[in-house]
Design a binder for this molecule. Structure first.
Ligand code: URA
Length: 233
């Protein structure tokens, strides 16, 4: 592909804008400045503009460590949105593959590929999500059984689907919970139904994709091809 076409597709720029960017001398391909729009790039080329990598045109798949206090939506009259943490072009094309509450931290996946995110969010595909949960009161011995059998949530018809509760070492108030549904405030409501309260909630995993340990709250990175493909199972 020509370098100017690559930049048009990747940045959503017009051909005229891409030409101007290239002529400015700020664009490198594999660390060499390129001033010609006709220069050919391929799948292995590293294209940078002003020292930052320009991601290949095509669908984007991002993992973000959502901090407390950010909402998973494009607009909010009150809170900051998680999209504000992304230094990306064409933010309006992106959406969340499953939201978190404003006070929940951890893994959110962001993409512009609707079929891919549907695989994660559609109830039909029962994608596992693992949460680390800190509770107000100690875990009771009967909890694990209740989660396996299913829990009756207020204002819901049936029981929740079987969920897996794992204790964390000798912690009395901390558990890992894996569910494969995504009902509104589901984890908080499940514990509320057992008479406990979630003090803090943190998502660690969606399907096979784990929150990268090197990310700090507010950081993000692109998914590897292996992570992207894992969603198709
Ligand atoms: N369940 C909740 O209650 N809140 C979240 O943010 C995610 C799952």
């Amino acid at each position: 592909m020509r370098l100017d076409k690559y930049l048009c597709d990747a940045l959503g720029a017009t051909r005229k804008e891409a030409t101007k960017i290239i002529k400015s001398g700020d664009v490198t391909v594999n660390e060499q400045v390129q001033k010609s729009g006709a220069f050919k790039v391929d799948d292995h080329s590293i294209v940078e503009w002003q020292g930052r990598e320009v991601q290949k045109p095509g669908p984007r798949y991002i993992m973000l460590f959502k901090p407390d206090g950010f909402v998973c939506s494009h607009e909010d009259g009150f809170n900051q949105t998680a999209f504000m943490l992304l230094d990306e072009v064409r933010i309006e094309d992106l959406h969340f593959a499953g939201r978190l509450d404003v006070d929940t931290t951890g893994l959110v996946l962001i993409t512009d590929d609707g079929q891919w995110s549907h695989r994660i969010t559609s109830p039909k595909h029962k994608c596992d999500k693992t949460y680390r949960v800190w509770l107000a009161d100690p875990i009771q011995p009967h909890y694990a059984d209740e989660f396996t059998k299913g829990i009756q949530l207020r204002n819901e018809k049936g029981l929740t689907l079987p969920a897996k509760l794992e204790l964390v070492d000798a912690q009395e108030n901390e558990v890992l919970l894996t569910i494969n549904e995504g009902k509104y405030h589901q984890v908080k409501r499940m514990f509320a139904a057992l008479g406990n309260k979630v003090e803090h909630l943190h998502r660690e995993r969606i399907g096979q994709i784990e929150l990268c340990e090197s990310l700090e709250p507010g950081d993000y990175r692109y998914l590897t091809q292996e992570e992207v493909d894992s969603v198709w199972g």
